[in-house]
Design a protein around this ligand. Structure first.
Ligand SMILES: Nc1ncnc2c1ncn2[C@@H]1O[C@H](COP(=O)(O)OP(=O)(O)OP(=O)(O)O)[C@@H](O)[C@H]1O
Ligand SMILES: [Mg+2]
Length: 224
């Protein structure tokens, strides 16, 4: 496949741990004094993702999965604990962070710039992604003209286009139809096989046999 040649052309992946999370804690404060309330969402989350692993993180709605991911990415400050993630990062947020007025292609251009990819590398990465996820015909569409599922495809493609060492996916297939859902797992397994470390966050993981490990977030702590 074309993307394989692209992945090989990128620098060698360092073997070993691509994500190490230790004793991460996080509380949210709401309201004003004297009615201020504190909710302890994370009470000590610890887990690892190694290169070439597909790891699941499950938990009920509101258990803190997205909070933990945002802490790993650096979008939220943690109260305690440590996060180490050497290498390139790809993040697919639960709610796509896209610009309504920009086209699909303009998003690729913007992200390629942020990732430091030249025009040639961008095309080599984007063309197979558009093909594998079947949304090439929307390249010229503005985001506001896209269906929810197609926005999710773009969200995923943007997290993948620079072949990161660590890929964090927050409910990546929530809006996908069945065919796309199956193709999503093919893509994830292909990337895992060339050494990407992938963390899939979901409240619903039907495909446990495809995963190397599954952590469950219960009462603010990760249980394997
Ligand atoms: N910015 C915030 N301010 C206050 N509370 C928050 C904030 N973000 C999240 N929370 C609270 O933290 C808890 C965990 O939310 P989070 O979004 O991490 O859950 P989740 O496990 O991803 O749930 P879901 O399966 O619904 O996506 C919830 O009780 C939520 O209300
Ligand atoms: Mg969430």
């Amino acid at each position: 496949m074309e993307w394989l040649a692209y992945a090989e052309a990128m620098e060698e992946r360092p073997p070993g741990t691509v994500l190490r999370v230790r004793d991460v804690t996080k509380s949210f404060r709401r309201g004003i004094r004297p009615f201020r309330r504190t909710t302890e969402v994370l009470k000590g989350a610890s887990f690892d993702v190694r290169s070439g692993e597909l790891v699941g993180l499950v938990g009920e709605n509101g258990s803190g999965k997205s909070t933990l991911l945002q802490i790993i990415v650096g979008l939220l400050r943690r109260d305690g604990g440590t996060v180490e993630r050497p290498g390139r990062l790809g993040y697919c947020p639960q709610l796509p962070m896209l610009w309504d007025k920009l086209t699909v292609d303009e998003h690729f251009a913007l992200f390629a710039h942020a990732y430091g990819l030249g025009l040639e590398d961008r095309e080599r990465a984007v063309v197979p992604l558009l093909e594998d996820l079947r949304f090439g015909r929307y390249r010229g569409y503005r985001v506001e003209e896209l269906s929810g599922g197609t926005r999710q495809k773009l969200n995923l493609a943007l997290a993948l286009m620079h072949e990161p060492d660590l890929l964090l996916l927050d409910e990546p297939y929530a809006g996908f139809d069945w065919e796309t859902y199956l193709r999503f797992w093919d893509i994830a397994e292909q990337r895992r096989d060339v050494g990407m470390g992938i963390l899939i966050v979901s409240h619903f993981l039907a495909e446990r046999e495809r995963l190397d490990r599954v952590y469950t977030l219960v009462d603010g702590r990760t249980v394997e």
